[in-house]
Ligand binder design. Structure first.
Ligand SMILES: [Zn+2]
Length: 203
């Protein structure tokens, strides 16, 4: 079985994370989805203006190789050499014609599109936003049967969660045994009850 690009990386971390306390290579989550930005060309002696309009998927870097080694936000395709302009982030689904096509970015742009569709399905099906004020997304802190973890990916209508004490990811139902962190509180998700619209198996 092939391991998805998201599972090979550290858990996504929110854009508000201080880079010095981030994990190298962790994707940046903004509004619960992968983020993208252009290169920060201000350090370069002769900026390549054409290439610098490309959007790269944003990841935290602790190993930016210029100077003595800096922490910041870099490109998924080359986090040791490409720092991103933190002044303007985009969702990774936006401006697809400008997407960087190098391997590290390309695979994550594709993942972002898939995750976006999955989250849209889950949000509309489970209505957690209306019922609990919870907006499902990447990097959310959750508890699965009481064990804390982070949402690292989606699998159709399931959340892929990495628990804090276990490397192997878990495929979690959105409401069954799940609690979500909301403003420092744990909120238990109630199951959806919609008896009239539930699909009926015919056989
Ligand atoms: Zn790139």
């Amino acid at each position: 079985m092939t391991v998805s690009p998201m599972l090979r990386r550290p858990a996504p971390q929110p854009l508000t994370t201080v880079p010095e306390s981030s994990v190298h290579g962790a994707p940046v989550a903004r509004h619960g989805e992968l983020a993208a930005a252009t290169r920060d060309a201000s350090y370069l002696r002769s900026p390549n203006t054409r290439a610098d309009t490309h959007l790269h998927v944003a990841v935290f870097t602790r190993k930016y190789a210029v100077g003595s080694g800096m922490a910041g936000i870099g490109a998924a395709c080359d986090p040791m050499r490409i720092l991103l302009d933190e002044g303007m982030f985009f969702g990774a689904h936006e401006l697809s014609k400008s997407h960087c096509r190098r391997a590290g970015c390309r695979v994550l742009f594709a993942e972002a599109d898939r995750q976006r569709r999955d989250f849209a399905d889950m949000r509309s099906y489970y209505s957690l936003e209306d019922r609990h004020g919870i907006s499902l997304g990447l990097a959310m802190r959750v508890r699965h049967h009481g064990r804390p973890g982070t949402v690292i990916d989606t699998g159709c209508r399931y959340l892929i969660v990495r628990l804090d004490d276990e490397r192997r990811p878990h495929r979690c139902h959105v409401t069954s045994g799940m609690e979500y962190e909301l403003d420092g509180q744990w909120v238990k998700a109630r199951p959806v009850s919609r008896p009239s619209s539930a699909p009926v198996a015919v056989g």
